[in-house]
Design a protein around this ligand. Structure first.
Ligand SMILES: Cc1cc2nc3c(=O)[nH]c(=O)nc-3n(C[C@H](O)[C@H](O)[C@H](O)COP(=O)(O)O)c2cc1C
Length: 226
C-alpha cells in the first residue's frame, strides 16, 4: 500500500519546510529541459537545492542543448540558466556517499528525479544504491519524504511498468513527461512549463507556470505583447 506522505508545508516542522533544501536529480532520459527548467525556477524563488546529475544526463544535455561543462558543472549550469553565482545551489559528485543527501538526518523538502531514466527507475525500484542519486532517493523514501520521478520513455515495457508500480507502492509519486493540451500551449516552453508546474505542485510550490483548468489568467508566454 502507498505510504502516507509527510506534508512538505508542515508548519510544526522546524526549520520551516520552505527553508529546507530540495533535492533535484537529473538523469539520462530525453528531456533534460525539464530538469534544467525546474532548477531555474527553484533558483529564481530562492529555494536551496542539492543537485545531482548523472553522467548520462550530461550526455543528453550535450545532444539536446549543445551543453558541455568540463570540470565546472555548477558554473556551466549557472551560465546557461543566466543565474548569478550567489544562488543557493550545491552540486554533488555522484560518488560522494559522504554527501549531506546520503543521510536521512539531513532534512529536506523532498526529492524529484527529473527526468528519470528507465535505468534509474530500475535501480530505485530494486533498492540499488550504485550512485548518490540512488542513495538520496532511497533515503527520501525511508524517511517518508516526498519522492517524485518523472519518467520519459515510449512505449513502456512490462518490467518498467512493474518498477513504476513498485515505487508507487513504496510511497513515491510516479509522473510522466506528458504535457496536457487543454491550456493551449503556443510553444515548447509552454509544454515544458506545464509539466514542470505540475511537478512543482506535488511539493506545494505555489507556481503559476501554466494556465490551470478553469483559471482565467493565461501562462506568461501567452500574455499579449505590450
Ligand atoms: C540522447 C539520449 C537520449 C536518451 N533518452 C532516454 C529516454 O528517454 N529514456 C530512458 O530511459 N533512457 C534514455 N537514454 C538512455 C539512458 O541515458 C541510459 O539508459 C543511461 O544508462 C541512464 O543512466 P542514468 O540513469 O544513470 O542517468 C537516452 C540516452 C541518450 C544518449
Amino acid at each position: 500500500m502507498p505510504q502516507p506522505k509527510k506534508n512538505s508545508n508542515d508548519s510544526t516542522s522546524s526549520p520551516a519546510a520552505n527553508a529546507l533544501p530540495f533535492v533535484l536529480a537529473i538523469t539520462g532520459a530525453s528531456g533534460a529541459i525539464y530538469g534544467l527548467r525546474i532548477l531555474q525556477y527553484l533558483m529564481e524563488v530562492g529555494q536551496p537545492v542539492d543537485l545531482l546529475v548523472s553522467k548520462a544526463a550530461l550526455r543528453v544535455m550535450l545532444e539536446e542543448h549543445d551543453l558541455t561543462f568540463g570540470d565546472d558543472l555548477k558554473g556551466g549550469l549557472l551560465d546557461y540558466l543566466k543565474l548569478p553565482d550567489t544562488v543557493p545551489l550545491k552540486v554533488h559528485s555522484l560518488t560522494d556517499y559522504g554527501a549531506s543527501v546520503a543521510s536521512g538526518s539531513y532534512r529536506t523538502r523532498g526529492m524529484a528525479v527529473v527526468p528519470c531514466s528507465l535505468g534509474t527507475l530500475g535501480a530505485l525500484a530494486s533498492g540499488l544504491t550504485e550512485n548518490l542519486i540512488h542513495r538520496a532517493a532511497a533515503v527520501t523514501l525511508k524517511e517518508r519524504r516526498n519522492l517524485l520521478i518523472l519518467v520519459r520513455e515510449m512505449p513502456f515495457g512490462h518490467i518498467q511498468l512493474k518498477n513504476m508500480l513498485a515505487l508507487s507502492e513504496a510511497g513515491a509519486t510516479v509522473a510522466c513527461a506528458s504535457p496536457g493540451y487543454y491550456h493551449r500551449p503556443q510553444s515548447v516552453a509552454d509544454q515544458v512549463d506545464f509539466v514542470v508546474g505540475r511537478v512543482l505542485d506535488q511539493f506545494d510550490f505555489d507556481n503559476s507556470l501554466f494556465k490551470r483548468w478553469k483559471e482565467d489568467s493565461r501562462p506568461l508566454s501567452q500574455e499579449p505583447k505590450k
